[in-house]
Design a protein around this ligand. Structure first.
Ligand code: NAD
Ligand code: DAU
Length: 347
């Protein structure tokens, strides 16, 4: 089997590459990634010398480059992780989200149509369903929940999902889609809640909690997500959507307090800042379909996963220090300077 993994230098894509090369030593994995701010080639260092692995620096929106790679590799399967993935950035600058997440997905699927493919798998998100009320813990997202997006990011992901299903119906492209809840684990870029809080706590910096910190996310250890995608591309039905999540809902503030406790840091570092615009209240996945059809269940309990994750950031300081010493520093200042000013005006 020859698999092209797009976005494999990012958080989930890199974890997926490690998982697949370990589980299927005879598969060939080609990573296509344009190395945006979120893509880090050093992440892939452990597999760079593996003869069954190839890295190609390319943009999924570059039709010529994508077609050339298909001609060279004749892939059986495409797993599309490549995306602009951070909601806050999409609020600042939506355009790049539309280019990469929508146009990029269509270019990849055009290549699949032109050269043939056994499966095109789109890695989507529970954010396409919008949000659920905090005071209705009985409600969950199922695959039949209507698309109802809140941010430019989630709208771009939903648009891509619609295109994927349209290519299936119109051209008979063998597609599948997974919609997963919030992931955490090694190699997550320190702009997302958990690694950002770990990094700031370790540096005794303020922990910026949006609004009152009461928004709820449904956390899944990244390896459990990788296993779900593995099952879907091998045994999942074409033209189907599979929700992926582990019934692990937590309020943001409780996660931040837990990180403080695990690192022995004072909760006085917690700083309430201005809320995210259009902030989704609660995400909660009903994973019954993937469980019943493919036997998937999460294997990592949150209590264990968060400890492993914190330990990974402690053991791999150089990985995230290299990141924050560069461009990320400018981003951080731009994104939080106003929030902190707004938050103190609100308090
Ligand atoms: P990430 O931001 O860590 O990584 C994205 C990767 O895509 C980077 O390596 C980047 O260089 C690459 N990329 C971006 N634009 C590209 C382009 N035009 N061409 C080629 N490569 C490009 O993202 P992530 O958190 O690993 O998310 C991966 C996928 O999973 C995304 O599609 C995201 O929507 C989805 N997802 C993420 C989560 C989560 O909690 N992080 C949950 C559900 C779904
Ligand atoms: O649900 C899946 C989605 O999860 C993915 O599709 C996205 O790619 C991924 O980024 C993630 O989106 P969120 O917006 O839920 O993740 P984020 O880590 O940005 O924020 C999680 C929660 O924490 C959210 O309620 C906002 C809050 N937050 C976040 C940051 C970065 C804070 O309170 N402070 C912060 O500094």
């Amino acid at each position: 089997m020859n698999i092209i993994v797009t976005g494999g230098a990012g958080f989930i894509g890199s974890n997926f590459i490690f998982y697949m090369l370990k589980k299927y030593p005879d598969y060939r994995i080609v990573c296509l990634d344009s190395l945006t701010y979120a893509g880090n080639l050093s992440t892939l260092a452990p597999v760079m010398d593996n003869p069954n692995f190839r890295f190609v620096k390319e943009d999924i929106t570059n039709r010529e480059g994508v077609y050339k790679l298909f001609e060279e590799e004749h892939p059986d399967v495409i797993v599309n992780f490549a995306a602009e993935s951070h909601v806050d950035r999409s609020i600042e600058n939506p355009q790049i989200f539309l280019n990469t997440n929508i146009i990029g997905t269509s270019v990849l699927m055009d290549a699949c149509r032109k050269y043939g493919i056994k499966r095109f798998h789109q890695v989507s998100t529970d954010e396409v369903y919008g949000d659920l009320p905090i005071d209705r813990p009985d409600l969950f997202f199922t695959e039949d929940t209507p698309i109802h997006t809140s941010s430019p990011y989630s709208s771009s992901k939903a648009s891509a999902d619609l295109l994927v299903m349209a290519y299936h119906r119109t051209y008979g492209l063998p597609v599948s889609i997974s919609r997963c809840s919030n992931n955490y684990g090694p190699y997550q870029f320190p702009e997302k809640l958990i690694p950002l809080m770990i990094k700031n706590a370790l540096n005794d910096q303020p922990l910026p909690v949006y609004g009152k910190g009461l928004n709820v996310r449904d956390w899944l250890y990244v390896e459990d997500h990788c296993r779900a995608i593995d099952l879907i591309i091998h045994n999942g039905r074409q033209g189907e959507v599979y929700n992926v999540g582990g019934h692990n809902e937590m309020k943001n503030i409780d996660i931040v307090k837990l990180i403080c406790r695990e690192l022995g840091k004072s909760e006085s570092l917690i700083t309430y800042v201005a809320d995210r615009k259009g902030h989704d209240q609660r995400y909660a996945i009903d994973p019954a379909k993937i469980h019943h059809e493919l036997g998937w269940l999460p294997e990592t309990r949150f209590a264990d996963g968060i400890r492993m994750t914190i330990q990974w950031y402690l053991d791999n300081r150089k990985w995230w220090e290299d990141i924050i010493s560069g461009d990320y520093q400018n981003y951080y200042e731009k994104m939080y300077a106003n929030r902190i000013a707004d938050g103190s005006r609100q308090a």
